[in-house]
Design a protein around this ligand. Structure first.
Ligand SMILES: [Zn+2]
Length: 217
């Protein structure tokens, strides 16, 4: 039943379909694993207390299922919305400082390439509202981690005496450009969640989350 290493993938798919027909389930709605000898568990629910299906412990999701929406939640952390219009692929990501340091934007571009064949220079990316550099004082040890990992700190760190401000959008742009996304295709809302009352903001003391959504065409 496994495709990996199979000499006849078509026959494997026929067997799977045959089994599905015999047991009476829809193969194209089945949930499957691509295993990695780990211990993470993802659950799906008939009753959906969150309104949709939740995938735990992940900060980015992608789909090419027409009409499928990807939803992420934010309050200062940036929503990143990706579109490969030629393949009908979208992705949504959540980028705070930890995710940005870990390279969530980088990983998303690479995952889209691996999973759907998306060429980075064909991607359009929208950076949604988040906390701006003016409002985002960080500790020296946080700034140092970015500088050590990504260099070019003039693009995302602003130093004033002992204060260091982190421009998360700047980090994200750097990562996207490094992956080959065209700068002209990276757009930003330019809205600061801390400064503008209409947004929820962790640092601004407006608890709650707003929702970001991208829908596959
Ligand atoms: Zn601001």
């Amino acid at each position: 039943m496994g495709l990996t290493g199979s000499t006849d993938p078509e026959l494997v798919m026929q067997r799977r379909q045959q089994l599905a027909d015999q047991l009476g389930f829809e193969l194209d709605r089945a949930v499957m694993t691509v295993q990695e000898h780990g211990a993470q568990v993802v659950t799906f629910h008939r009753r959906r207390p969150e309104g949709g299906q939740c995938v735990f412990s992940t900060d980015a999701l992608a789909t090419d299922v027409p009409g499928q929406a990807i939803v992420t939640y934010h309050a200062d952390c940036f929503p990143l919305l990706f579109l490969d219009g030629s393949r009908g692929v979208v992705a949504g990501a959540h980028a705070g400082w930890r995710g940005s340091l870990a390279g969530v934007a980088t990983q998303t571009v690479q995952a889209l390439h691996l999973a759907y064949g998306t060429a980075p220079d064909q991607l359009e990316v929208l950076i949604g509202p988040g906390i701006c550099a003016r409002c985002y004082l960080v500790g020296g040890e946080v700034a140092q981690q970015f500088a050590a990992r990504y260099g070019r700190e003039d693009r995302y760190l602003q130093r004033e005496g002992a204060d260091v401000r982190l421009d998360l959008e700047g980090v994200v742009r750097l990562q996207l450009e490094d992956e080959g996304v065209a700068p002209s295709r990276i757009r930003s809302a330019g809205w600061c969640t801390r400064e503008e009352e209409r947004w929820f903001s962790h640092r601004g003391g407006r608890p709650g989350r707003f929702l970001s959504v991208v829908v596959a065409p």
